[in-house]
Design a protein around this ligand. Sequence first.
Ligand code: SF4
Ligand code: SF4
Length: 86
Amino acid sequence: MAQAVEQSKKAAGSVIIIAERCKGCGFCVEFCPPEILELSSEYNAKGYHPPVLTVRDLCTGCNICGMVCPDFAIYGYITKKKTKET
Ligand code: SF4
Ligand code: SF4
């Protein structure tokens, strides 16, 4: 019988934020699973607050932020797969 190996795989990711496209609706902030986006105190050229990534290490690159953004102003992407064997 093969030895059971417990694996926890967690993707690491990041986001590209195109601040000038953002209308500050906050959907990305609301739907990010690890809750690591918040609206900046800075304004873009349209007068909206674009999101910023608060805890870069917790981003999985799931791109849920990108899927809910109505203005194509944010994209999540996977940078690497983390594999941990115990
Ligand atoms: S890619 Fe996923 S984890 Fe990263 S900021 Fe977007 S919704 Fe959050
Ligand atoms: S969902 Fe898009 S438009 Fe709305 S705050 Fe986030 S980046 Fe800006």
